[in-house]
Design a protein around this ligand. Structure first.
Ligand SMILES: Nc1ncnc2c1ncn2[C@@H]1O[C@H](COP(=O)(O)OS(=O)(=O)O)[C@@H](OP(=O)(O)O)[C@H]1O
Length: 287
């Protein structure tokens, strides 16, 4: 397919006065997921680098709005000069079957960024978000395991002796190797950068520096740019004027207490799946 070039002659494009033409340009990197792993924190923190520009809301082009065409997608991007870099994040791309082929069709050199965290924490975070919109939702444990009332469900197999309800999205999304395999059918491994979601919380500057390097930017984000919100236990941005900026109240929610027995069953369930993921990408996250 012939792609529309990044044009600078749109009606709303304006020169920036010093030679760099402002234009809506396709992203050169996309944060494709994983949902509830810290994708918003990653994008907010990356934007501390003045060369990084991003659309405010999630664009959802490669999953929901693909029929609007590549030019629509480009116009959702912020105005940038040629030396700036556009990054988009829509975490649902990670699990969208058609997304790898579609992204590849737009740009086979696209850099892909994936934040991953312990699939158990991720599942609890996912559950917490859904439960916040659905009062009266059954407990996490009830959702996570095959039982009499959600028995629509996959049979217990030797591979799933823990009776984990793998048809529940919160559980399924954590089987990372399955989804990464699909992306690897279209993109080489070196074009995918994995961000450690746990370290993004404890060592944000280091994780951001690794991403800056991956996308070809000189690292500018430093440890001094962050301050820990001790109440929530998450880092916030420390601005040069001394004020702090934390993510909104839908990020860093309190999680329900999940029984140690349930956690241990999930650990047993995910252990071999995590190993397959580590093998696939040649990196071990130690979950
Ligand atoms: N700095 C900082 N501040 C707040 N929250 C942080 C931060 N870094 C990572 N996280 C974790 O990010 C979780 C939300 O992940 P996402 O942004 O990927 O969610 S979403 O998929 O876009 O809805 C969010 O999940 P919850 O704890 O369940 O709210 C956090 O655990």
């Amino acid at each position: 397919a012939v792609l529309p070039p990044a044009r600078s002659d749109d009606n709303n494009d304006i020169g920036d006065g010093d030679g760099g033409q402002l234009a809506h340009r396709f992203p050169s990197a996309i944060i494709i997921g994983v949902k509830k792993s810290g994708t918003r924190a990653l994008l907010e923190f990356l934007r501390l680098n003045p060369a990084v520009k991003a659309p405010g809301p999630e664009v959802h082009f490669f999953d929901r709005h693909f029929d609007r065409g590549f030019d629509w997608y480009r116009r959702q991007m912020p105005l940038t000069t040629a030396d700036q870099l556009t990054i988009e994040k829509s975490p649902s791309y990670f699990v969208t079957k058609t997304a790898p082929e579609r992204v590849h069709r737009l740009d086979p050199t696209m850099k892909l960024i994936v934040v991953v965290r312990d699939p158990i924490t991720r599942a609890i975070s996912d559950y917490t978000q859904t439960a916040s919109k659905r009062p009266g939702m059954p407990s996490f444990e009830h959702m996570a395991f095959i039982n009499a009332t959600n028995a629509v469900l996959p049979k217990m197999t030797p591979a799933n002796a823990q009776g984990v309800n793998t048809s529940w999205g919160a559980i399924r999304i954590g089987i990372y190797h399955r989804f990464v395999s699909r992306w690897l059918e279209y993109f080489p491994l070196h074009q995918i950068h994995f961000v450690n979601g746990e370290r993004l919380i404890t060592h944000p500057a280091e994780e951001i520096a690794a991403v800056e390097k991956f996308v070809g930017l000189r690292p500018t984000v430093r440890a001094e740019d962050f301050v820990l919100n001790t109440e929530k236990g998450f880092p916030c941005i420390k601005r040069t004027d001394g004020t702090t900026h934390c993510l909104g109240k839908t990020k860093g929610r309190a999680h329900p207490k999940v029984s140690p027995h349930a956690i241990s069953r999930l650990r047993t369930f995910y252990a071999p799946l995590n190993d397959r993921f580590y093998e696939l990408i040649g990196r071990n996250f130690g979950w």
